[in-house]
Design a protein around this ligand. Structure first.
Ligand SMILES: NC(=O)c1ccc[n+]([C@@H]2O[C@H](COP(=O)([O-])OP(=O)(O)OC[C@H]3O[C@@H](n4cnc5c(N)ncnc54)[C@H](OP(=O)(O)O)[C@@H]3O)[C@@H](O)[C@H]2O)c1
Length: 286
């Protein structure tokens, strides 16, 4: 299969590049394929991919909150452009969704739950879902809190903890009232591969690491894996307390937990429980 990948140098793209290596990969970055640029997007039609993995997105929640126009251009208009390319070629497109489209009031979210995004990142990604849904041959696969790419590429929680620990921090604060599914990008990429190869019914699928966790639980587990539990004090705080110490600039959602039962029932989920996945990922930092 010839697979066109947008945003291939990011956290998930790095894993997709490894996991899909037995396919003919067209790995693109934002210079070669800027999803906001319609003409450039359509110029990829001549390379005749059989499937499109649309991973590219503005993923920085703070940047999205302060430059919403850019976030909507990339996450909404960019996805419309990619869906148009897929429709022109009559090939399936896979779009990566996020639990950030929900308001966090429910404990756990199913595929059909109503979106109610609280911030521009979540809203722009929700509009991306709506954009890709205009074309029948789509898969929306939603991920939880990403862990992947290693110290050079990971922009999220795990690498932030690693950098703080490496810089000699003696205490770290862990939020105890925010929950999600820590999602190892290697497992998630394998799940995407199963979907692309086995072609279940088109539509929306939640994914993410098995089991939910608070930020505090992930922090504790990672510090333990780094062998630093005795050196670093971990202080549990609520999100409100954390935001007073370190203002985030965007509204937080209490629960970002996704129910992954639909994908598990289909037999296509390659997600491990988050603790085993984190133990595997932590090897890149030790
Ligand atoms: N990270 C998470 O926790 C998480 C959770 C749920 C869902 N997701 C979704 O998963 C997907 C992959 O995210 P990720 O975790 O791999 O994030 P990432 O590391 O930030 O990767 C995103 C990639 O998108 C590229 N990109 C940004 N603007 C672009 C544009 N206009 N045209 C083409 N490429 C562009 C970036 O490339 P450049 O650096 O070259 O700009 C970057 O390599 C995204 O759709 C994201 O919304 C992520």
């Amino acid at each position: 299969m010839r697979v066109l990948v947008t945003g291939s140098k990011g956290m998930l793209g790095t894993s997709v590049s490894k996991v899909f290596k037995d396919h003919d990969l067209l790995l693109t970055n934002s210079t070669e394929l800027d999803v906001r640029n319609f003409d450039q997007v359509m110029s990829w039609a001549k390379s005749k991919p059989n499937v499109i993995l649309h991973l590219a997105a503005e993923t920085d929640l703070v940047r999205a909150e302060f430059n919403p126009g850019d976030a909507y251009m990339t996450n909404h208009t960019g996805t419309l452009n990619m869906a148009h390319l897929a429709e022109t070629l009559n090939v399936p497109i896979v779009y990566i969704g996020t639990a950030g489209i929900f308001d966090g009031k429910k404990k756990i979210y199913k595929e059909e739950d109503k979106a109610n995004p609280l911030h521009h990142y979540g809203r722009s990604k929700y509009y991306g879902e709506l954009a890709v849904k205009q074309y029948k041959k789509h898969y929306i696969v939603r991920a939880g809190w990403a862990m992947g790419g290693g110290p050079e590429v990971d922009k999220k929680f795990i690498n932030k903890i690693y950098k703080l620990a490496k810089s000699g921090a003696k205490k770290l604060y862990g939020i105890n009232d925010m929950y999600g599914n820590p999602t190892y990008t290697m497992d998630f990429a394998m799940t995407l591969k199963n979907i692309v190869e086995k072609r279940p019914e088109y539509g929306t699928y939640n994914s993410g690491g098995k089991g939910s966790a608070s930020r505090l639980a992930v922090l504790k587990e990672f510090i333990k894996l780094l062998g630093l539990s005795k050196k670093i004090e971990i202080i549990p705080v609520t999100d409100k307390e954390f935001c007073k110490l370190f203002p985030s600039g965007y509204p937080k959602t209490g629960s970002e937990v996704l129910s992954i039962k639909k994908l598990e029932k289909s037999g296509l989920s390659a997600m491990r429980d988050w603790q085993s996945a984190l133990a595997e990922y932590a090897k890149e930092f030790i």
